[in-house]
Design a protein around this ligand. Structure first.
Ligand code: LLP
Length: 425
Protein backbone atom coordinates (compact mmCIF):
# COMPACT_ATOMS: atom_id res chain seq x y z
CA UNK A 1 0.00 0.00 0.00
CA UNK A 2 2.58 2.47 -1.19
CA UNK A 3 0.25 5.46 -0.92
CA UNK A 4 -0.20 4.82 2.81
CA UNK A 5 3.16 5.24 4.50
CA UNK A 6 4.72 6.50 7.71
CA UNK A 7 6.09 10.00 7.57
CA UNK A 8 7.72 11.34 10.74
CA UNK A 9 6.28 8.43 12.70
CA UNK A 10 2.68 8.98 11.57
CA UNK A 11 0.72 6.98 9.01
CA UNK A 12 -0.24 9.18 6.07
CA UNK A 13 -2.63 8.81 3.20
CA UNK A 14 -0.57 10.26 0.35
CA UNK A 15 0.86 13.31 2.10
CA UNK A 16 -1.88 13.81 4.67
CA UNK A 17 -1.47 12.50 8.24
CA UNK A 18 -4.39 10.26 9.19
CA UNK A 19 -4.80 11.95 12.63
CA UNK A 20 -5.71 15.19 10.83
CA UNK A 21 -8.40 13.35 8.89
CA UNK A 22 -9.71 11.69 12.06
CA UNK A 23 -9.78 15.07 13.77
CA UNK A 24 -11.76 16.68 10.96
CA UNK A 25 -14.18 13.88 10.06
CA UNK A 26 -14.29 11.69 13.16
CA UNK A 27 -14.00 7.90 13.26
CA UNK A 28 -14.61 5.34 11.92
CA UNK A 29 -13.81 6.76 8.49
CA UNK A 30 -12.85 5.11 5.24
CA UNK A 31 -9.89 6.95 3.71
CA UNK A 32 -9.06 6.38 0.05
CA UNK A 33 -6.06 7.47 -2.00
CA UNK A 34 -6.83 8.90 -5.42
CA UNK A 35 -3.28 8.18 -6.63
CA UNK A 36 -3.62 4.51 -5.65
CA UNK A 37 -6.93 4.24 -7.49
CA UNK A 38 -5.52 5.74 -10.68
CA UNK A 39 -2.42 3.56 -10.44
CA UNK A 40 -4.49 0.37 -10.11
CA UNK A 41 -6.78 1.26 -12.98
CA UNK A 42 -3.71 2.32 -14.96
CA UNK A 43 -2.25 -1.20 -14.68
CA UNK A 44 -5.29 -2.56 -16.56
CA UNK A 45 -5.43 0.38 -18.94
CA UNK A 46 -1.75 0.09 -19.88
CA UNK A 47 -1.92 -3.67 -20.41
CA UNK A 48 -4.89 -3.13 -22.77
CA UNK A 49 -3.24 -0.38 -24.80
CA UNK A 50 -3.73 -0.74 -28.55
CA UNK A 51 -6.25 -3.53 -28.12
CA UNK A 52 -9.98 -3.78 -28.47
CA UNK A 53 -10.56 -4.20 -24.75
CA UNK A 54 -12.81 -2.69 -22.10
CA UNK A 55 -12.25 -2.67 -18.35
CA UNK A 56 -15.66 -2.76 -16.67
CA UNK A 57 -14.99 -1.99 -13.02
CA UNK A 58 -17.11 -4.28 -10.79
CA UNK A 59 -18.60 -1.53 -8.71
CA UNK A 60 -19.95 -3.84 -6.02
CA UNK A 61 -16.42 -3.59 -4.61
CA UNK A 62 -16.83 0.14 -3.93
CA UNK A 63 -19.62 2.15 -5.47
CA UNK A 64 -19.02 5.60 -4.03
CA UNK A 65 -19.94 8.17 -6.70
CA UNK A 66 -16.55 9.87 -6.47
CA UNK A 67 -14.77 6.58 -7.20
CA UNK A 68 -17.09 5.90 -10.14
CA UNK A 69 -16.53 9.40 -11.47
CA UNK A 70 -12.72 9.15 -11.23
CA UNK A 71 -12.73 5.82 -13.03
CA UNK A 72 -15.23 6.98 -15.68
CA UNK A 73 -12.92 9.88 -16.44
CA UNK A 74 -10.12 7.35 -17.05
CA UNK A 75 -12.31 5.57 -19.59
CA UNK A 76 -13.62 2.74 -17.41
CA UNK A 77 -16.78 0.85 -18.13
CA UNK A 78 -18.79 -0.70 -15.29
CA UNK A 79 -20.02 -4.12 -14.24
CA UNK A 80 -23.29 -3.69 -12.36
CA UNK A 81 -25.51 -6.15 -10.52
CA UNK A 82 -28.61 -4.06 -9.84
CA UNK A 83 -30.70 -1.19 -11.15
CA UNK A 84 -29.40 0.80 -8.22
CA UNK A 85 -25.83 0.39 -9.41
CA UNK A 86 -26.86 1.54 -12.90
CA UNK A 87 -28.38 4.68 -11.40
CA UNK A 88 -25.09 5.28 -9.58
CA UNK A 89 -23.13 4.96 -12.85
CA UNK A 90 -25.42 7.53 -14.46
CA UNK A 91 -25.39 9.84 -11.42
CA UNK A 92 -21.58 9.83 -11.51
CA UNK A 93 -21.45 10.60 -15.23
CA UNK A 94 -20.43 7.07 -16.28
CA UNK A 95 -21.43 5.72 -19.67
CA UNK A 96 -24.29 3.17 -19.75
CA UNK A 97 -23.00 2.22 -23.20
CA UNK A 98 -19.90 0.83 -21.46
CA UNK A 99 -21.90 -0.93 -18.75
CA UNK A 100 -22.58 -4.64 -18.46
CA UNK A 101 -25.22 -6.11 -16.19
CA UNK A 102 -24.34 -9.29 -14.26
CA UNK A 103 -26.32 -11.26 -11.68
CA UNK A 104 -28.66 -14.23 -11.43
CA UNK A 105 -31.88 -12.44 -10.47
CA UNK A 106 -32.52 -9.40 -12.65
CA UNK A 107 -36.06 -8.10 -12.21
CA UNK A 108 -38.38 -6.91 -15.00
CA UNK A 109 -37.98 -3.32 -13.75
CA UNK A 110 -34.19 -3.59 -13.78
CA UNK A 111 -34.22 -4.98 -17.32
CA UNK A 112 -36.48 -2.15 -18.46
CA UNK A 113 -34.26 0.48 -16.89
CA UNK A 114 -31.12 -1.02 -18.42
CA UNK A 115 -32.73 -1.21 -21.88
CA UNK A 116 -33.96 2.37 -21.61
CA UNK A 117 -30.49 3.56 -20.68
CA UNK A 118 -28.86 1.56 -23.49
CA UNK A 119 -26.36 -0.63 -21.62
CA UNK A 120 -23.66 -2.50 -23.51
CA UNK A 121 -24.74 -6.00 -22.57
CA UNK A 122 -26.77 -8.22 -20.25
CA UNK A 123 -24.74 -11.09 -18.83
CA UNK A 124 -27.50 -13.68 -18.70
CA UNK A 125 -27.26 -16.63 -16.33
CA UNK A 126 -30.22 -18.92 -17.15
CA UNK A 127 -32.85 -19.86 -19.72
CA UNK A 128 -35.74 -18.31 -17.73
CA UNK A 129 -33.76 -15.08 -17.63
CA UNK A 130 -33.37 -15.22 -21.45
CA UNK A 131 -37.13 -15.52 -21.82
CA UNK A 132 -37.83 -12.71 -19.40
CA UNK A 133 -35.37 -10.41 -21.16
CA UNK A 134 -36.81 -11.31 -24.56
CA UNK A 135 -40.33 -10.45 -23.33
CA UNK A 136 -39.26 -7.15 -21.80
CA UNK A 137 -37.28 -6.11 -24.89
CA UNK A 138 -40.17 -7.14 -27.14
CA UNK A 139 -42.64 -4.99 -25.21
CA UNK A 140 -40.25 -2.05 -25.53
CA UNK A 141 -39.69 -2.64 -29.24
CA UNK A 142 -35.98 -3.27 -28.66
CA UNK A 143 -33.39 -6.02 -29.05
CA UNK A 144 -31.39 -6.71 -25.93
CA UNK A 145 -27.65 -7.35 -26.31
CA UNK A 146 -26.85 -10.61 -24.55
CA UNK A 147 -23.82 -12.52 -23.36
CA UNK A 148 -24.17 -15.88 -21.64
CA UNK A 149 -22.36 -16.36 -18.37
CA UNK A 150 -20.88 -19.80 -18.71
CA UNK A 151 -19.79 -21.73 -15.68
CA UNK A 152 -16.54 -23.36 -16.80
CA UNK A 153 -16.33 -25.65 -13.77
CA UNK A 154 -12.80 -24.71 -12.79
CA UNK A 155 -11.60 -24.54 -9.23
CA UNK A 156 -10.61 -20.97 -8.40
CA UNK A 157 -8.91 -22.17 -5.19
CA UNK A 158 -10.37 -19.44 -3.02
CA UNK A 159 -12.76 -19.13 -0.05
CA UNK A 160 -15.95 -21.14 -0.75
CA UNK A 161 -18.15 -18.02 -0.34
CA UNK A 162 -16.30 -16.24 -3.15
CA UNK A 163 -15.72 -19.16 -5.54
CA UNK A 164 -18.31 -18.92 -8.27
CA UNK A 165 -17.14 -21.06 -11.16
CA UNK A 166 -17.82 -24.55 -9.85
CA UNK A 167 -20.78 -26.74 -10.82
CA UNK A 168 -22.08 -26.50 -7.26
CA UNK A 169 -22.39 -22.69 -7.45
CA UNK A 170 -25.60 -20.88 -8.39
CA UNK A 171 -23.86 -18.86 -11.08
CA UNK A 172 -23.90 -19.15 -14.84
CA UNK A 173 -25.01 -21.74 -17.33
CA UNK A 174 -23.34 -25.14 -16.90
CA UNK A 175 -20.61 -25.65 -19.48
CA UNK A 176 -22.33 -28.74 -20.86
CA UNK A 177 -25.61 -26.85 -21.34
CA UNK A 178 -24.02 -23.78 -22.89
CA UNK A 179 -24.45 -24.76 -26.55
CA UNK A 180 -28.16 -25.48 -26.11
CA UNK A 181 -28.62 -22.27 -24.18
CA UNK A 182 -26.96 -20.31 -27.01
CA UNK A 183 -29.32 -22.01 -29.47
CA UNK A 184 -32.27 -20.87 -27.36
CA UNK A 185 -30.88 -17.36 -27.13
CA UNK A 186 -30.40 -17.02 -30.88
CA UNK A 187 -33.94 -18.29 -31.50
CA UNK A 188 -35.48 -15.47 -29.45
CA UNK A 189 -36.39 -12.51 -31.66
CA UNK A 190 -35.77 -9.69 -29.24
CA UNK A 191 -32.28 -10.79 -28.19
CA UNK A 192 -29.03 -10.16 -29.96
CA UNK A 193 -26.34 -12.60 -28.92
CA UNK A 194 -23.08 -10.67 -28.73
CA UNK A 195 -20.80 -12.34 -26.23
CA UNK A 196 -19.70 -14.91 -23.72
CA UNK A 197 -18.60 -14.31 -20.15
CA UNK A 198 -17.54 -16.03 -16.97
CA UNK A 199 -16.42 -15.09 -13.50
CA UNK A 200 -14.89 -17.93 -11.55
CA UNK A 201 -14.25 -16.35 -8.18
CA UNK A 202 -12.56 -13.62 -6.25
CA UNK A 203 -9.23 -13.06 -4.49
CA UNK A 204 -7.40 -15.37 -6.89
CA UNK A 205 -3.67 -15.25 -6.33
CA UNK A 206 -2.73 -17.26 -9.35
CA UNK A 207 -3.93 -16.76 -12.93
CA UNK A 208 -3.81 -20.47 -13.87
CA UNK A 209 -7.54 -21.04 -13.13
CA UNK A 210 -8.42 -17.92 -15.14
CA UNK A 211 -6.38 -19.12 -18.12
CA UNK A 212 -8.03 -22.54 -17.80
CA UNK A 213 -11.43 -20.81 -17.88
CA UNK A 214 -10.30 -18.82 -20.92
CA UNK A 215 -9.40 -22.02 -22.75
CA UNK A 216 -12.86 -23.38 -22.07
CA UNK A 217 -14.56 -20.23 -23.32
CA UNK A 218 -12.44 -20.31 -26.47
CA UNK A 219 -13.36 -23.94 -27.04
CA UNK A 220 -17.01 -22.95 -26.83
CA UNK A 221 -16.59 -19.99 -29.17
CA UNK A 222 -15.10 -22.40 -31.75
CA UNK A 223 -18.06 -24.76 -31.35
CA UNK A 224 -20.54 -21.91 -31.65
CA UNK A 225 -18.90 -20.77 -34.88
CA UNK A 226 -19.53 -24.18 -36.43
CA UNK A 227 -23.23 -23.48 -35.80
CA UNK A 228 -23.00 -20.03 -37.33
CA UNK A 229 -23.14 -18.22 -33.99
CA UNK A 230 -20.53 -15.44 -34.10
CA UNK A 231 -19.63 -13.58 -30.93
CA UNK A 232 -18.23 -10.06 -30.74
CA UNK A 233 -16.81 -10.18 -27.26
CA UNK A 234 -15.29 -12.42 -24.65
CA UNK A 235 -15.55 -11.35 -21.02
CA UNK A 236 -13.27 -13.18 -18.60
CA UNK A 237 -14.72 -11.57 -15.44
CA UNK A 238 -12.72 -10.23 -12.52
CA UNK A 239 -11.11 -12.06 -9.66
CA UNK A 240 -7.45 -11.03 -9.43
CA UNK A 241 -6.60 -10.85 -5.76
CA UNK A 242 -4.60 -8.42 -3.67
CA UNK A 243 -1.95 -8.74 -1.01
CA UNK A 244 -3.64 -8.39 2.38
CA UNK A 245 -0.25 -8.71 4.00
CA UNK A 246 -0.77 -11.79 6.18
CA UNK A 247 2.48 -13.52 7.09
CA UNK A 248 3.22 -16.35 4.68
CA UNK A 249 0.65 -15.20 2.12
CA UNK A 250 1.65 -15.56 -1.46
CA UNK A 251 1.46 -12.25 -3.37
CA UNK A 252 -1.08 -12.19 -6.20
CA UNK A 253 -0.03 -12.30 -9.83
CA UNK A 254 0.63 -8.74 -11.08
CA UNK A 255 -2.20 -7.49 -13.29
CA UNK A 256 0.12 -6.69 -16.22
CA UNK A 257 1.56 -10.22 -16.23
CA UNK A 258 -1.86 -11.86 -16.11
CA UNK A 259 -3.21 -9.71 -18.93
CA UNK A 260 -0.04 -10.31 -20.95
CA UNK A 261 -0.49 -14.09 -20.71
CA UNK A 262 -4.21 -13.86 -21.42
CA UNK A 263 -3.77 -11.69 -24.52
CA UNK A 264 -0.96 -13.96 -25.77
CA UNK A 265 -3.33 -16.94 -25.60
CA UNK A 266 -6.13 -15.05 -27.27
CA UNK A 267 -3.81 -13.84 -30.04
CA UNK A 268 -2.47 -17.35 -30.66
CA UNK A 269 -6.01 -18.72 -30.89
CA UNK A 270 -7.18 -15.91 -33.17
CA UNK A 271 -4.29 -16.43 -35.55
CA UNK A 272 -4.30 -20.23 -35.56
CA UNK A 273 -7.99 -21.10 -35.31
CA UNK A 274 -10.05 -17.98 -35.60
CA UNK A 275 -8.92 -16.77 -39.01
CA UNK A 276 -7.33 -13.69 -37.47
CA UNK A 277 -10.83 -12.42 -36.65
CA UNK A 278 -10.94 -9.74 -33.95
CA UNK A 279 -12.72 -10.25 -30.67
CA UNK A 280 -13.26 -7.61 -28.02
CA UNK A 281 -12.00 -8.58 -24.56
CA UNK A 282 -13.81 -7.40 -21.44
CA UNK A 283 -12.61 -7.53 -17.83
CA UNK A 284 -14.66 -7.10 -14.66
CA UNK A 285 -12.12 -6.35 -11.93
CA UNK A 286 -13.29 -5.06 -8.58
CA UNK A 287 -10.93 -5.79 -5.70
CA UNK A 288 -7.70 -5.28 -7.65
CA UNK A 289 -8.84 -1.75 -8.54
CA UNK A 290 -9.91 -0.55 -5.09
CA UNK A 291 -8.79 -2.79 -2.21
CA UNK A 292 -5.42 -1.21 -1.59
CA UNK A 293 -6.73 2.29 -2.22
CA UNK A 294 -8.43 2.40 1.17
CA UNK A 295 -8.01 2.03 4.92
CA UNK A 296 -10.59 2.12 7.68
CA UNK A 297 -9.46 4.48 10.42
CA UNK A 298 -10.84 3.66 13.86
CA UNK A 299 -10.20 4.87 17.41
CA UNK A 300 -9.59 2.70 20.45
CA UNK A 301 -12.33 3.13 23.05
CA UNK A 302 -11.13 0.72 25.71
CA UNK A 303 -8.52 -1.92 26.38
CA UNK A 304 -9.92 -4.91 28.20
CA UNK A 305 -7.38 -7.41 29.43
CA UNK A 306 -8.80 -10.88 30.04
CA UNK A 307 -7.85 -14.26 31.45
CA UNK A 308 -7.64 -15.86 28.05
CA UNK A 309 -7.61 -12.92 25.71
CA UNK A 310 -6.97 -9.22 25.65
CA UNK A 311 -9.55 -7.18 23.81
CA UNK A 312 -8.91 -3.93 22.04
CA UNK A 313 -12.34 -2.35 21.69
CA UNK A 314 -12.53 0.12 18.81
CA UNK A 315 -15.28 2.33 17.41
CA UNK A 316 -15.50 0.43 14.10
CA UNK A 317 -17.38 -2.85 14.04
CA UNK A 318 -18.58 -5.72 11.89
CA UNK A 319 -21.30 -3.46 10.47
CA UNK A 320 -18.54 -1.24 9.03
CA UNK A 321 -16.34 -4.07 7.78
CA UNK A 322 -17.91 -7.50 7.37
CA UNK A 323 -15.02 -9.29 5.71
CA UNK A 324 -13.25 -10.61 8.82
CA UNK A 325 -16.30 -12.19 10.43
CA UNK A 326 -17.99 -13.29 7.20
CA UNK A 327 -14.99 -14.88 5.50
CA UNK A 328 -12.56 -15.15 8.41
CA UNK A 329 -10.57 -12.72 6.31
CA UNK A 330 -7.23 -11.51 7.61
CA UNK A 331 -6.87 -7.75 7.31
CA UNK A 332 -3.75 -5.86 8.38
CA UNK A 333 -3.99 -3.52 11.37
CA UNK A 334 -1.50 -0.73 11.93
CA UNK A 335 -1.11 1.82 14.67
CA UNK A 336 -1.48 5.26 13.09
CA UNK A 337 1.11 6.70 15.49
CA UNK A 338 3.14 3.72 16.74
CA UNK A 339 4.36 3.90 20.35
CA UNK A 340 7.42 2.44 21.92
CA UNK A 341 6.63 0.01 24.66
CA UNK A 342 5.52 -3.48 25.41
CA UNK A 343 3.16 -4.94 22.82
CA UNK A 344 0.31 -7.14 23.98
CA UNK A 345 -1.64 -9.61 21.90
CA UNK A 346 -5.16 -8.34 21.27
CA UNK A 347 -8.33 -9.28 19.50
CA UNK A 348 -9.64 -6.16 17.79
CA UNK A 349 -13.39 -6.01 18.39
CA UNK A 350 -16.21 -3.53 17.96
CA UNK A 351 -19.12 -2.48 20.18
CA UNK A 352 -21.74 -4.71 18.52
CA UNK A 353 -23.54 -7.29 20.62
CA UNK A 354 -22.24 -10.37 18.82
CA UNK A 355 -19.22 -12.52 19.52
CA UNK A 356 -18.68 -12.45 15.75
CA UNK A 357 -18.01 -8.74 15.95
CA UNK A 358 -14.29 -8.78 15.38
CA UNK A 359 -12.00 -7.09 12.89
CA UNK A 360 -8.75 -8.87 13.64
CA UNK A 361 -7.53 -11.57 15.99
CA UNK A 362 -4.33 -12.06 17.90
CA UNK A 363 -2.43 -9.00 16.85
CA UNK A 364 0.55 -7.66 18.74
CA UNK A 365 -0.04 -4.01 19.45
CA UNK A 366 1.51 -1.41 21.77
CA UNK A 367 -1.49 0.86 22.18
CA UNK A 368 -3.45 3.04 24.60
CA UNK A 369 -7.12 4.04 24.68
CA UNK A 370 -7.72 6.95 22.32
CA UNK A 371 -5.09 5.78 19.82
CA UNK A 372 -5.99 5.50 16.17
CA UNK A 373 -5.65 2.25 14.23
CA UNK A 374 -5.89 1.70 10.49
CA UNK A 375 -7.39 -1.47 9.09
CA UNK A 376 -5.46 -1.82 5.87
CA UNK A 377 -6.50 -2.82 2.34
CA UNK A 378 -10.11 -2.04 3.15
CA UNK A 379 -11.11 -0.21 -0.03
CA UNK A 380 -12.93 -3.20 -1.58
CA UNK A 381 -16.04 -4.81 -0.11
CA UNK A 382 -15.73 -2.60 2.95
CA UNK A 383 -18.20 0.26 2.75
CA UNK A 384 -20.36 -1.50 0.13
CA UNK A 385 -21.06 -4.34 2.57
CA UNK A 386 -21.62 -2.10 5.57
CA UNK A 387 -24.96 -2.21 7.38
CA UNK A 388 -26.79 -0.30 10.08
CA UNK A 389 -26.91 -3.17 12.55
CA UNK A 390 -27.34 -1.93 16.13
CA UNK A 391 -28.59 1.36 14.62
CA UNK A 392 -25.07 2.39 13.86
CA UNK A 393 -24.69 5.05 11.19
CA UNK A 394 -22.33 4.04 8.44
CA UNK A 395 -18.85 5.54 8.41
CA UNK A 396 -17.80 8.67 6.53
CA UNK A 397 -15.72 8.26 3.37
CA UNK A 398 -13.00 10.63 2.21
CA UNK A 399 -10.63 10.70 -0.73
CA UNK A 400 -7.14 12.09 -0.32
CA UNK A 401 -5.50 13.74 -3.32
CA UNK A 402 -1.93 14.73 -2.50
CA UNK A 403 -2.24 17.00 0.52
CA UNK A 404 -5.98 17.59 0.14
CA UNK A 405 -8.89 15.67 1.54
CA UNK A 406 -12.42 15.53 0.09
CA UNK A 407 -15.43 14.26 1.99
CA UNK A 408 -17.20 11.95 -0.48
CA UNK A 409 -19.80 10.50 1.86
CA UNK A 410 -21.02 12.07 5.07
CA UNK A 411 -21.28 9.99 8.19
CA UNK A 412 -24.85 8.81 8.67
CA UNK A 413 -26.54 10.16 11.73
CA UNK A 414 -29.12 8.19 13.73
CA UNK A 415 -32.06 10.24 12.42
CA UNK A 416 -31.10 9.21 8.84
CA UNK A 417 -31.42 5.60 9.91
CA UNK A 418 -35.07 5.65 10.89
CA UNK A 419 -36.23 8.38 8.51
CA UNK A 420 -38.04 5.86 6.30
CA UNK A 421 -39.86 4.20 9.19
CA UNK A 422 -43.29 4.97 10.61
CA UNK A 423 -45.50 3.76 13.43
CA UNK A 424 -48.91 2.20 12.93
CA UNK A 425 -51.94 4.18 14.12
N1 LLP B 1 -17.81 -10.01 -11.88
C1 LLP B 1 -18.74 -10.69 -11.22
C2 LLP B 1 -19.84 -11.30 -11.97
C3 LLP B 1 -18.64 -10.85 -9.82
O1 LLP B 1 -19.57 -11.56 -9.18
C4 LLP B 1 -17.57 -10.24 -9.13
C5 LLP B 1 -17.45 -10.37 -7.67
C6 LLP B 1 -16.64 -9.50 -9.87
C7 LLP B 1 -16.78 -9.42 -11.24
C8 LLP B 1 -15.48 -8.80 -9.22
O2 LLP B 1 -14.59 -9.69 -8.63
P1 LLP B 1 -13.20 -9.17 -8.01
O3 LLP B 1 -12.35 -8.64 -9.13
O4 LLP B 1 -13.52 -8.11 -7.03
O5 LLP B 1 -12.62 -10.35 -7.37
N2 LLP B 1 -17.36 -9.75 -0.73
C9 LLP B 1 -16.29 -10.66 -1.07
C10 LLP B 1 -16.06 -10.70 -2.56
C11 LLP B 1 -17.29 -11.05 -3.34
C12 LLP B 1 -17.07 -11.05 -4.82
C13 LLP B 1 -18.35 -11.16 -5.54
N3 LLP B 1 -18.24 -11.07 -6.96
C14 LLP B 1 -15.04 -10.27 -0.30
O6 LLP B 1 -15.08 -9.28 0.44
O7 LLP B 1 -14.02 -10.94 -0.36
Amino acid sequence: MSHFSYQHGVLNAESLPLPEIAEEFGTPTYVYSKAALLENFGAYHDACKGRDALVCYAMKANSNLAIIDLLAREGAGFDIVSGGELLRVIAAGGDPGKTIFSGVGKTVEEMQLALEKGILCFNVESIPELHRLNDVAGRMGKRAPVSLRVNPNVDAKTHPYIATGLKANKFGVAFDDALDTYRTATSLPHLEVVGIDCHIGSQLLDDAPLLEALDKLIELIDTLETEGIRLHHLDIGGGIGVDYGAAGDKPPVPVGEYLGRLFARIDAWRNERHGGQPIKVIFEPGRSIVANTGVLVTRIEFLKPGAEKNFCIVDAAMNDLMRPTLYQAWMGVQAVTPRDGQALTYDLVGPICESGDWLARERDLAVEPGDLLAVMTAGAYGMTMASNYNTRGRAAEVIVDGGQVHLVRKRENPADLFALESMIK
